[in-house]
Design a protein. Structure first.
Length: 230
């Protein structure tokens, strides 16, 4: 019997191009709730992959805006509501290669795929449905189920535990530096895809690709075997 491996997918910026939408609706929240203009997508970068609170706080710090806990909760809910409204009007397709890779893993006797996201269940599920991902056949861990956000390894540790596979036998797909740090701190291998930031900022990953269309199960096996001839 062959050894079973885990393939763990982040959602935002990995499954579909949500980061542009996250930024767009967050900018509107700053304008409408706090009368702060001039917020740009790059202002949120320090919060990528760390959950909605840290995402919003990243831009708030840049614009010298102090938010109370209540203001932060209100902004987070408004951001999610606007995101879901956007998705209803303009569904987001999966990035190239995502569905093929998940389908291959599900059909394989060697890999078991999972979802692990800092996002809420409601928000991430909407993205997965929009992208046509069979998440009902996968282990599924959200930010609501962990105490510590990335770069803490808890999210990926829980995903590996849900799969009943040791972290050392798991590959995490990430798009953000904090996610790469979290995956490696959990003891997993990490493939970073340059959907949301530059390869230079993802340099700590075990493998960097421009698209998941470049990745197949053979590459995953070589990565887990510490082979470099991809």
């Amino acid at each position: 019997m062959s050894e079973l491996h885990g393939l763990i997918f982040d959602v935002d910026g990995v499954i579909a191009d949500t980061e542009a939408v996250n930024a767009e609706v967050s900018i509107r929240v700053f304008e409408e709730l706090f009368n702060v203009s001039g917020v740009q997508r790059g202002d949120f970068e320090a919060g990528l992959g760390r959950g909605a609170h840290e995402y919003l706080l990243a831009a708030a710090r840049i614009h010298n805006l102090e938010l109370s806990e209540q203001q932060l909760e209100t902004a987070t809910q408004a951001r999610q509501d606007k995101f879901l409204q956007y998705l209803e009007q303009k569904p987001l397709p999966a990035f190239p290669g995502v569905r093929k890779l998940i389908s291959a893993a599900l059909a394989s006797t060697q890999f078991q795929p999972a979802i692990a996201t800092s996002s809420t269940r409601e928000k991430s599920e909407a993205v997965l449905r929009s992208a046509g991902i069979p998440y009902d056949k996968m282990a599924y861990i959200t930010g609501s189920e962990v105490k510590n956000k990335k770069p803490h390894p808890e999210l990926f540790q829980k995903a590996a535990a849900a799969l009943k596979i040791p972290p050392a036998q798991c590959v995490v797909i990430e798009d953000a530096p904090n996610g790469v740090k979290a995956a490696q701190a959990a003891g997993c291998k990490c493939i970073a895809v340059t959907n949301s930031t530059t390869a230079e900022k993802l340099a700590a990953a075990d493998l960097i690709v421009n698209s998941l269309a470049e990745v197949d199960l053979t590459i995953l096996q070589k990565l887990l075997q510490n082979r470099t001839n991809f």
